[in-house]
Design a protein around this ligand. Sequence first.
Ligand code: ZN
Ligand code: ZN
Ligand code: ZN
Ligand code: ZN
Ligand code: ZN
Length: 304
Amino acid sequence: MSTPRICKRCSQPIHGRYLSALDAVWHPEHFCCAVCNRPITDAQFYLHNEQPCHPICYTDNIAPRCTICNEPLTGNHHVNYWGERFCVDHVRELATCAYCGRLTPHATKRTRRRSVEDICCDICTSTSIDSVPQAKLLMDGLINWVEAQGLRFRQKTFRIEILDRADFLERDGGRRDPLGLTSSKRYLRNRRVESAEVESVAILRGLPSTLFEGVCVHELGHVWLVQNSVINLPAIDEEGFCELISHRHFLSVGSKADLFYAERIAKNSDPIYGDGFRKLKRLEERVGLEQIIKSLLRKKKLPL
Ligand SMILES: [Zn+2]
Ligand SMILES: [Zn+2]
Ligand SMILES: [Zn+2]
Ligand SMILES: [Zn+2]
Ligand SMILES: [Zn+2]
């Protein structure tokens, strides 16, 4: 006589009908759904953590939900940098946040406005820096951080402004970055800039705080250069240097959002900002930041 089959669930011998699944045998009433605990009678079931479930129980209780429409995701779907999952269709329908790249449920591609930067998701909006007092609160800490990297300022007080896009774009007489603007008075001699003085640092209104900090650190790079009369660098060197400091700040804070912006600097395809950053990064890896700073102070240019 052969040994009776043993049910995987109750460890008792099976005498009548049995069910064979997942490399084991079961009393039919003992092959149960991990969610509702009722027997699975259908040939079709889902596995979750190696536990069988009714397809409907899986869909309703376990399947991840779309961040946008909250429908269960059982088939093909997208996952973004932030770990959010969503239906494939939304990528076609919805615009992405200009800052973090998340899909924005309230902005469809049809309503996309003239300027891409106008589209800001709720998460970025929730930390946005909209006023000078807010900006000042963060700026002091950033100045200290930049000084700790070896960039000593001659003057730590200068005007801080938060500008709307229109004012921002109108402003002239400074080094203009897409999101920040350092204005300086330049003194000429023999038609060459001989010295300069920082007048103000302006940041675009509404940046999410993480990005705001990175942009400030970049502008503080310009401030430091101006204050130390490093005023005739080629744009690629100057922007590359400021991006290097900003990138360093993102890495040192190191939150998921910081690393997102660090990667955006590293992968920027812009021939001034992106190529400048990569040039400075290679230089930093070769000679170190300290040598770069020394050379800028003494020779007013990058080390060879
Ligand atoms: Zn059993
Ligand atoms: Zn079930
Ligand atoms: Zn969806
Ligand atoms: Zn966003
Ligand atoms: Zn710049």
